[in-house]
Design a protein around this ligand. Structure first.
Ligand code: CMP
Length: 388
């Protein structure tokens, strides 16, 4: 793997690797530090020394973003989504992509100020806040998901928005009929009444415009109730959309991991989708005790990447990519028979005890294969001393 490909993997937004996650966290931290330093520079009460420090921090963050921009430009040809006939074209595709434009905008003011020999004043630096918040939106995990949820739920959201518009215009029209004579300045026209309708329907209630007739107040109350219902409907649509999107993404991610475990290679597509829905992925650093001898068994594990050591007294046994462990306690309904400790960073798939028993009913062949291996291991554990 070339250095450029390695850096590309590190900066990949969708990568779940340890290093890529750390880089992402660092990037978000840097953006937050930048936003804080720019904000601090606009506060009058801040001492000149602190303000100068905030200015320097803003400058450093801007320089780091510029360096990041150049690196991303360099690695663009490695990104399969930007693949083009020539490297220059791939880079151009990245430059004109939403991410490329936002990353460029985030550094332009600093570059312009530096090339003009000027130092960024607090007020001119404050423009960074808007640009860096945008950058945060393209880099923070899950933000892209918001756009996806809105897209997926567009018809339901459209229906809720139509309901909102119907109630809004009906309320403004009725309020206009009832209140125009008493308060011509606020309800003299339907557009003027719309302000009251929006404030009431969203249950904001500034109180600057209030119906005075008894019927007007009744309508006001009804509009408030409708507002709560419409907002609850919107919240429900978005919450369901988010839950579904998270589930869908997790499913695809686990599917990808399951495909790397040879144990599941011969299982058919329908069975695999059943299994994938029951597995969760977990990452462990080096030296983590995944299973402790004597503890109650509540799950079993499949190794996607990494190595773990089974410690039974003085004897050890290495488990690698594709192996599984933690099955004995579930099969025998006994406490854990050994310690299992990671010897390299590990990505594991976890199957909890309830799903294990359900799977036993639905995928007997799979569980039989696990049972056969457990039997072999029990025999091995009962046999001689030394390294197994
Ligand atoms: P369990 O008893 O639930 O917890 C400890 C795990 O270590 C055990 O399940 C097995 O998965 C694993 N284990 C025990 N003995 C061996 C062995 N001889 N070879 C490989 N793995 C083992």
């Amino acid at each position: 793997m070339t250095l450029r490909a390695r850096i590309c993997a590190l900066l990949d937004q969708n990568s779940h690797g340890h290093a890529a996650r750390r880089v992402r966290t660092l990037e978000i931290l840097l953006i937050l530090i930048g936003i804080l330093s720019v904000s601090a520079g606009t506060v009058d009460e801040v001492t000149p020394a602190a303000r100068a420090l905030a200015g320097s921090v803003t400058g450093i963050v801007a320089v780091l973003f510029f360096a990041e921009y150049l690196v991303r430009l360099w690695i663009a040809p490695e990104n399969p989504l930007l693949h083009s006939a020539t490297e220059a074209r791939s880079r151009l595709r990245w430059v004109v992509s939403a991410e490329g434009v936002i990353d460029l905008l985030a550094v332009i003011p600093a570059v312009a100020a530096a090339s003009g020999g000027a130092r960024l004043g607090a007020e001119s630096a404050s423009v960074f806040i808007l640009l860096w918040v945008l950058k945060l939106a393209t880099h923070a995990p899950g933000v892209g998901m918001i756009a996806r949820v809105f897209h997926n739920e567009r018809s339901a959201l459209g229906a809720a928005a139509a309901l909102f518009a119907i109630v809004l215009f009906s309320a403004a029209t009725i309020a206009h009929w009832l209140e125009a004579e008493r308060q011509p300045e606020h309800f003299g026209s339907i557009p003027a009444s719309l302000w009251w309708a929006v404030v009431t329907l969203t249950t904001t209630g500034y109180g600057d415009v209030v119906p005075q007739s008894a019927l007007g107040r009744v309508i006001g109350g009804l509009v408030m109730l409708c507002g709560i219902s419409v907002l609850a409907l919107l919240a429900g649509i978005l919450a369901t959309g988010f839950a579904e999107e998270v589930r869908r993404r997790e499913f695809v991610r686990i599917w990808d991991l399951v495909a790397r475990v040879p144990f599941f290679a011969d299982v058919g597509a329908i069975a695999i989708s059943d299994i994938v829905g029951r597995l969760r992925s977990r990452s462990y650093p080096v030296g983590a005790t995944v299973i402790r001898k004597g503890a109650a068994g509540d799950s079993m594990f499949f190794i996607v990447t990494g190595e773990a050591e089974v410690r039974i007294g003085a004897r050890t046994r290495m488990l690698r990519d594709g192996d599984f462990f933690g099955e004995m306690a579930l099969l025998d309904r006994k406490p854990r028979s050994a310690d299992v400790v990671t010897v390299t960073p590990c990505t594991l798939l976890v199957l909890n005890v309830a799903d294990f028993y359900q799977l036993a009913g639905q995928q007997p062949v799979l569980i039989a294969a696990i049972e056969t291996e457990a039997k072999r291991r029990r025999g091995e554990d009962r046999g001689g001393a030394g390294t197994l």
